[in-house]
Write a protein that binds this ligand. Structure first.
Ligand SMILES: Nc1ncnc2c1ncn2[C@@H]1O[C@H](COP(=O)(O)OS(=O)(=O)O)[C@@H](OP(=O)(O)O)[C@H]1O
Length: 477
């Protein structure tokens, strides 16, 4: 009995020792496994980490993930990417590690969730970036991006996705031992921007001692959709006192729930004495927007571009028709008296159709005037913006209280599609608006239908003219 009880006591001790050894070995295996799977040399800050999507499935055709010195960079000059197909970045690669970066090792991070736009459209998923110069420390690089597939949609949405896409560009080093490549926005005083009138604008940055920061807009182009809002923004952002994001943020209407931090992050960096302007034409017709804008900044300056509502409706129709098959404009706009297929000059105008409803300027403006004084709203004549852009811009500059800058020589008239002005940059290059989404050919609309629409809009236009104390030469019969 004594022998048996001693033996069982020893067994318990051995049992305990074996358990401790096994647990320790298990923990060691897990720890080694974790350390070896972690990508060596990757330095990704917490703030960047949150923008990472779920881990990418490994693709054996690519360089293994653990060899990637992948760093997502946040501060690409996004505004630049909207209207040209190049994006300037600054690299921080030590000279001795200098290497040529080509589309072989620079790839877009397709398919990952992005902070703003969700899924990347298939059409641009395979787009490649390219640095066009030998890499040097601090070199100002230009990544060329094929924007062709991005121009399918009208301004805004796809372009915005494209720029988000670029935010998630990854650099893949091809050697295990190379340094992390930090790609940051160029410092303000080295910034050379497309779209600005060159030297003048750079001087504004260089003379300032303050750090550039992302600032919320002080000016909104609130509408009207299809009245020339993009042209106004493009012309305005050439001014040295103006900064703007290229895409439409849609903050006060559909993205309000995302909060001010989200909104501010969309803004480009600017100096304290510059004004940030954004344009989202949907603001003008969204009932909840005026109060929201006022809540943010009761001193917000508002720009409203207007155009003959009949032509505007046709332009709106063209945009919709470019995306999906829809009935002819005449049938969409006017309900026939006797037959649904023969619209006539006596039929009911379909005022509920958004293309018609947006043109009821007085109705929409009334909502804004409940919240903002008329003095804070400047109305831009969309037709004059085409015929005489410098003079229209001069009035905007005066309203915004920024130095007079825009001159006739900044424009080349009737250059785009033989009708529209284009911007002349300081280097002499000419910048026109998006070829596919602007200046679409309008369908021929019968005179009787046009007359019916003009009759319909007449009282609304007059009310609008009374509200703003100014008239426009829109035909009323
Ligand atoms: N410089 C220049 N270049 C090209 N187009 C110009 C320009 N200035 C004004 N426009 C007119 O702008 C119309 C499009 O208006 P928006 O930019 O407000 O459209 S959008 O709401 O942003 O989709 C567009 O309408 P459509 O011609 O019907 O396409 C143009 O008439």
């Amino acid at each position: 009995m004594l022998v048996l009880s001693r033996l069982s006591g020893r067994c318990r001790v051995w049992h305990k020792i074996v358990r401790v050894v096994m647990v320790s070995a298990g923990l060691a295996v897990i720890l080694i496994g974790f350390l070896s799977s972690y990508p060596s040399g990757v330095r990704v800050s917490q703030s960047l980490e949150k923008y990472r999507g779920p881990a990418e499935p490994r693709d054996p055709a690519r360089i293994p993930w653990r060899h990637n010195r992948a760093l997502q960079f946040m501060d690409v000059d996004r505004a630049n990417s909207q209207d040209s197909d190049s994006i300037r970045i600054k690299t921080d690669l030590p000279q001795q590690k200098s290497k040529t970066i080509s589309d072989r090792n620079l790839e877009f991070n397709g398919g990952r969730p992005t902070p703003y736009a969700g899924e990347i459209p298939d059409s641009i998923r395979e787009t490649k970036g390219n640095l066009n110069r030998q890499d040097q420390r601090g070199a100002d690089h230009v990544i060329k991006i094929d924007t062709q597939p991005m121009t399918e949609d009208y301004d805004g949405s796809l372009k915005q996705e494209a720029s988000n896409y670029v935010r998630n560009l990854r650099y893949t080093a091809d050697s295990k031992n190379s340094d992390v490549l930090n790609i940051n926005k160029p410092k303000a005083n080295n910034l050379t921007r497309h779209g600005k009138h060159g030297a003048h604008h750079e001087r504004a940055w260089r003379n300032s001692t303050e750090k550039p920061a992302r600032r919320l807009p002080k000016v909104l182009i609130i509408g009207v959709k299809k009245a020339g809002t993009r042209a106004l923004l493009e012309f305005l952002r050439a001014h040295p006192s103006i900064e703007s994001p290229g895409p439409e943020p849609h903050f006060f209407d559909r993205n309000y729930h995302r909060g001010l931090h989200w909104y501010r992050e969309l803004m480009p960096r600017s100096q304290a004495d510059q004004l940030t302007v954004e344009k989202t034409p949907a603001y003008f017709v969204s009932p909840e927007v005026p109060q929201r804008v006022h809540d943010l900044d009761p001193g917000m300056k508002l720009l409203l571009v207007v155009r003959d509502p009949v032509t505007r409706a046709i332009s709106d129709y063209c945009q919709a028709a470019s995306k999906r098959r829809i009935q002819p404009f005449e049938q969409m706009a006017v309900a026939a008296d006797d037959s649904p297929f023969t619209p006539s000059d006596t039929g009911q105008v379909r005022a509920n159709w958004s293309a018609i409803r947006i043109g009821l300027y007085a109705q929409h403006l009334a909502r804004w005037l409940r919240v903002f004084p008329l003095g804070q709203i400047h109305v831009v004549d969309g037709q004059s913006l085409i015929d005489n852009p410098a003079s229209e811009l001069a009035q905007v500059e005066q309203f915004l209280g920024i130095p007079a800058f825009t001159k006739d020589s900044h424009f080349r008239l009737r250059t785009f599609k033989g009708k529209f002005p284009c911007l002349v940059r300081s280097d002499g290059s000419v910048h026109c608006l998006n070829n596919r989404s602007k200046g679409r050919e309008h369908p021929v609309v019968r005179e009787s239908v046009l007359r019916r629409l003009r009759q319909f809009y007449k009282p609304h236009n007059e009310r609008f003219f009374n509200m703003i104390g100014r008239t426009f030469e829109w035909k009323s019969s």
